[in-house]
Design a protein around this ligand. Structure first.
Ligand SMILES: *Cc1c(COP(=O)(O)O)cnc(C)c1O
Length: 412
């Protein structure tokens, strides 16, 4: 026992009540019906194995570690130049976007960076998030003491930008002043995207109000609709206001390998209490060199292979496979008379609950009648109520079977 004072903000965080309740309900159902063939379209984890180009590169890297001439100890905290250059060329220069390797920071995943970025901003920053939202953005700000108190309308110091059918799933610009705006496109959980014109409104807003956009594009590789921005830096002026977060998790199945990166453009600044300006790139570098010792050499070699011609075509085939599943699920929902959003440029479908059902009741119906696990939308924020999320990340066979069950349910 100790009397050591703790970060009180942790006491503010509620248990992830809904998600644990949902997990318990699925476990109970499996216990009661051990023969039921339950298909999980709930969690956002991939199922396809790592592609050969990547595993071969990692094997070679393992051999590097076994030989005195090629052994590597601590690497650069910011990531190896071979990977940063591959990213700068492959994800940016190749698409006409000017991002230098010195503006790219490799990490063990986007979730770490999205949580850690909080370190470089003042506790007094006012934060805006879309609603529904990837919970990391909110909870990391609660931990930092920026969220205020939890009320029935959410945290009272956080500005919520509702994304519902009524807004076409497009967040409105904040009506009260904010310092940080989190955007995630293609969106988790709704699977919807923002057009370049809509994204430009946010970039213009941030330039005018001198605030920062934290842009999570973990799902950019799933975009197939021409013109949908893959990077916020496709938008003019975004280099002045945006930090971008990316991940190999969904793009290349790295959820268990762990690799992601964050782009902090040179010239992006924030203000100190005394009015002086600091380069966000420089203080993020300082934060990373102090608290992080770099991602694994072997994993970075694997990530580098994603940018080879073989790597690219292999991961594109996997993504095409997931998106075929998404189309099957979407068609099945339409056949069942369910209104469905997303699923075109993202592996998520956002399904509107039929009349008379809230998120949890519809989750239960899908579980009990179809043995399908979904995620109740209400777990992602107040505006998620009335929807469930289905993922297309299960195996091809399981997704196809789930689609058959949904289609056969009859018009709800
Ligand atoms: C999966 C996901 C990530 C990626 O997280 P990693 O830590 O890189 O695995 C980031 N943002 C969103 C919204 C996600 O769904």
């Amino acid at each position: 026992m100790s009397n050591t004072p703790v970060n009180d903000n942790f006491a503010l965080l509620p248990d992830s009540y809904l998600f644990s309740a949902v997990g318990a309900e699925v476990a109970r159902f499996r216990d009661s019906y051990p023969d039921a063939r339950v298909i999980s379209l709930g969690i956002g984890d991939v199922t396809r194995p790592i592609v050969p180009a990547v595993t071969q590169a990692m094997r070679r890297a393992v051999d590097d570690m076994a030989s005195a001439e090629t052994f590597r100890g601590y690497g650069p905290e910011q990531g190896y130049m071979f990977l940063r250059q591959a990213i700068a060329d492959g994800d940016y220069a190749g698409r006409g976007i000017e991002i230098g390797a010195d503006e790219i920071f490799i990490s063990d995943g986007a979730k770490s960076d999205l949580g850690n970025i909080s370190d470089i901003f003042s506790r007094d920053c006012r934060v805006a998030v879309t609603d529904p939202v990837y919970p990391v953005y909110v909870d990391s700000n609660v931990m930092a003491g920026r969220a205020g108190q939890l009320t029935s309308q959410g945290w009272n110091r956080i500005t919520y930008l509702p994304c519902t059918e009524a807004t076409d799933f497009i967040p409105r610009l904040p009506e009260t002043p904010v310092d940080l705006i989190y955007l995630c496109y293609p969106n988790n959980p709704t699977g919807t995207v923002l057009s370049a014109a809509r994204l430009k409104e946010f970039v213009d807003y941030a330039r005018e109000h001198k605030c920062i956009i934290l842009y999570d594009s973990a799902y950019e590789a799933f975009i197939s609709t021409p013109g949908v921005p893959r990077s916020i830096y496709e938008i003019e002026g975004a280099r002045e206001v945006a930090i971008e977060f990316r991940s190999f998790s969904k793009t290349a199945g790295f959820t268990g390998l762990r690799c992601g990166y964050t782009v902090v453009p040179r010239g992006l600044t924030g203000k100190c209490a005394d009015g002086s300006m600091l380069s966000l790139r420089d203080i993020w570098l300082r934060r990373q060199t102090t608290k992080f010792n770099g991602a694994s050499y072997i994993i970075q070699r694997g990530a580098e292979a994603v940018y080879t011609p073989e790597g690219r075509s292999q991961i594109q085939a996997v993504i095409a496979d997931y998106m075929r599943g998404a189309r099957l699920l979407k068609a099945a929902c339409v056949q069942a008379g369910l209104k469905t959003f997303g699923g075109t440029d993202a592996p998520y479908l956002w399904v509107k609950c039929p009349q008379g059902y809230d998120s949890q009741a519809f989750f239960r119906l899908l579980l009990e009648r179809l043995c399908i696990v979904s995620t109740p939308g209400s777990g992602f924020g107040p505006a998620g109520e009335g929807y469930v999320r289905l993922t297309a990340f299960n195996t091809e066979a399981a997704t196809a079977e789930a689609a058959r069950r949904i289609a056969a349910i009859g018009v709800l």
